[in-house]
Design a protein around this ligand. Structure first.
Ligand code: NDP
Ligand code: OXD
Length: 310
């Protein structure tokens, strides 16, 4: 039986194949571009697969997303809807996201963008910020990543809030749930972190209406997905002073096109979708364990709910 790997970068595809093969000795692991007998293909391990990529494989048992998000798989209009999707999550992913969120929340909290701009002008201007205990930070999405990020911010001393679809309990975090509690949550967020999955309900959620409900001068960190954000609304909110700064890791089009205004905006920080990732060395162990468990039991903990979209 065969496992095919599909990643838009041939070198990375090869790297994953080399890491997975010794862990799954009973399987033949091949690139999706050279799958051998298509009837033998039982699993596809993928990141941003091409439209229709799975159609040649009628015996596919599951699709393994090489990431926490499954939006890149569901985006395929010709996806065989009955095939389960397994997310790849693990301690590397949560650890890296905790680091990214802590780094950028602290950077906004201590107004490092202004201090860096002052340095460029050789300007010695001490800025006094309140301690973290007097800074309110909100996290949208309290799943694997958002839940851990919120706990990390609370441990740093921030007054931490969290919002999700259903109610969560996290020590030291004031939690809100559903559309009814969104306004109460937003009204308190001086720094807002988006770690939502991309679904029809969350597409475009970071728009002018949402920004208007934040305290004036709030800042935004989006490490969820690019289409959560209305780009023009962000530029207008920065222009009006409703928002003071944004750090963006994800974009409608990736790589972010060279002519996009975000690149040169003085109050936008662009990072190239590196908030968190799973590398083949550790990720392959998680993928292999999930495939073995799925083979044995027909399910895994990291099974996505394709109806819900995450
Ligand atoms: P999870 O599926 O574990 O958690 C998703 C969270 O979002 C849950 O708390 C869920 O609520 C909440 N949520 C979903 N829909 C809504 C809604 N309509 N309203 C309110 N809350 C909602 O996901 P992860 O934490 O593992 O990952 C989150 C996302 O982070 C990924 O989907 C991906 O897009 C992004 N990501 C980005 C990376 C990067 O490097 N930039 C790296 C990895 C992931 P509930 O718990 O109630 O269901
Ligand atoms: C993911 C990502 O979904 O890296 O894991 O964006």
């Amino acid at each position: 039986m065969t496992i095919v790997v599909s990643i838009p970068d041939a070198r990375k595809t090869q790297w994953w194949i080399e890491q997975l093969q010794p862990l799954l000795p009973g399987w033949t692991i091949r690139s999706i571009d050279d799958p051998g007998d298509p009837l033998e293909v039982a699993y596809a391990v993928v990141w941003r697969p091409a439209t229709g990529a799975f159609l040649p494989f009628p015996n596919l048992k599951a699709i393994v997303s090489l990431g926490a998000g499954i939006d890149h798989v569901l985006a395929d209009r010709r996806l065989p809807r009955q095939v389960p999707i397994i997310r790849t999550v693990g301690t590397d992913l949560t650890q890296r996201m905790r680091e990214y969120v802590a780094l950028h929340v602290l950077r906004h909290h201590r107004d490092m963008p202004t201090i860096a701009a002052n340095q460029r002008e050789r300007m010695w201007k001490p800025l006094v910020q309140p301690p973290a205990t007097q800074r309110r930070v909100g996290v949208m999405g309290l799943g694997n990543l958002g839940g851990m990020a919120a706990a990390t911010l609370a441990a740093l001393g921030f007054e931490t809030l969290g919002w999700s679809r259903t109610k969560h309990r996290i020590e030291g975090v004031a939690t809100y749930a559903g559309d009814d509690e969104l306004d109460a949550f937003l009204g308190r967020c001086e720094i807002l972190v988006c770690l939502l999955p991309l679904t029809p309900a969350t597409t475009g959620i970071l728009d002018a209406g949402l920004f208007a409900r934040l305290p004036r001068g709030a800042s935004l960190i989006n490490a969820g997905r690019g289409p959560h954000l209305n780009d023009d609304d962000l530029l207008a909110a920065l222009e009006s002073g409703q928002l003071s700064h944004a750090t963006l890791d994800v974009f409608h089009i990736e790589p972010l096109p060279a002519e996009h205004p975000f690149w040169s905006h003085p109050r936008i920080t662009v990072t190239p979708h590196i908030a968190s990732l799973i590398d083949p060395a550790t990720g392959s162990r998680i993928v292999a364990a999930n495939i073995e468990r799925f083979e044995a039991t027909g399910t895994v903990d990291d099974l996505a709910d394709t109806e819900r979209g995450y």
